[in-house]
Design a protein around this ligand. Sequence first.
Ligand code: URP
Ligand code: ZN
Ligand code: ZN
Length: 459
Amino acid sequence: MKSIITNGTVVSSEGEYRADVLLDGGKIVALGSDLSSEGAQVIDASGAYVMPGGIDVHTHFEMPFGGTIACETFATGTKAAAVGGTTTIIDFAIQAQGESLTKTYQDWRDKADGDVAVDYGLHVAVTDLNDKTLAEIPWLVDEGVTSFKLFMAYKGSIMVDDATLLRMLRTGREHGALICVHAENGDVIDVLVGEYLAAGKTAPKYHLSSRPAEAEGEATGRAIIMAEIAGAPIYIVHVSCAKALDAVRTARDKGQAVYGETCPQYLALSTDNFDVPGFEGAKFVCSPPLRDKSNWPQLWAGLRSGDLATVASDHAAFNYQGQKELGLAGFDKIPNGCPGVEHRLFILHTLGVEAGEITMPKLVEVFSSAPARLFGLYPQKGVIAPGSDADVVVFDPSVDGVIAAATQMQNIDYTPYEGMRVRGAVRTVFSKGEVVVADGRWVGKDGAGRYLKRKPFIA
Ligand code: URP
Ligand code: ZN
Ligand code: ZN
């Protein structure tokens, strides 16, 4: 279907300008002020921004974790993404012990293909590296898996040692894959968790004290040093605090190819959220944990300076009832993660743009363009330009809203942002030229998304 978006302000990571945007055949075909609307459906974007669809490079749909499976499916999660202005997600396929990476990848393709409502890619999280699994990496890169994740935490399940991290950094460099790291010192955390439980401190708030910022700062610095030894670029996922950001900044100031990601929960929530009755704090248990509010201004400064390149949701959804409750007897059994794939844009706009922390072009940069560049999707995605996929969001910055579980699209029984007042609303979303969201509601075709073979990483 041919469409023209008129009267809007187009936003790119470089700036804003008035232009109409013509879409045809699933692509953006032209931008300008005197485009013919003949045969096209007209979408009036008066008073609104016209921006590239968001790219969320950190989701965990249907993820097995902590004895349960994340309740967000690829079908529900990609629709929730779309109503929040995100038209591409990259999910983590996590290797089970003893399993080949090829099977891991195939299993995730089987879960997602035919179910995803918008386009998606996969990272593979390597948890069990040996010569056989190492040898699978070039094939995966050919399949478009051009990024891999290593966990330095979650001892006894998916944590890897430094030798694995170093080997993967070298392999990534050799084959054009970006290594992504969950940087927390899993050994230290394991000791602290044991001590709290032994002392009878089992409530959700002890999740916070058992994962100190120092453990994240140390692991971030260690991962970066290993990347330096390997001569490889590195991407640090979910940077939550100033101590980890300092390690990223120091390395970048020296010219090292280090890229940081933060998440809405570290910009909008804090340790204060644990001041709730009973077991309610479990809703906010994620790793790294929420930090003291004093970290917020530093994370915003990190986004402004570019030390933090992206904002991703780390959407890991576990229902409060029946899933988070697995940790009623001990915080260490609470499945880790917060939902947020639907709310990333609203939080960034409200706490970022409206609050004067970042500009709209910066929002587009961290929400869409930088993720596309780092993860091999640019310029197919992440920009409004002729030839790019017609993944376009019409975003009205003047509308007030409230985040609530009762009205969300996400398939989960709570939101950690319950009651948060946000400014800005998604009016229309196009995915490959088709309207999938109209007046903020999902109107697209289920299962219309496709797997994206991503390009190798180029530093
Ligand atoms: O708490 C989190 N972040 N859960 C998802 C897994 C991970 O560490 O990214
Ligand atoms: Zn992680
Ligand atoms: Zn994650």
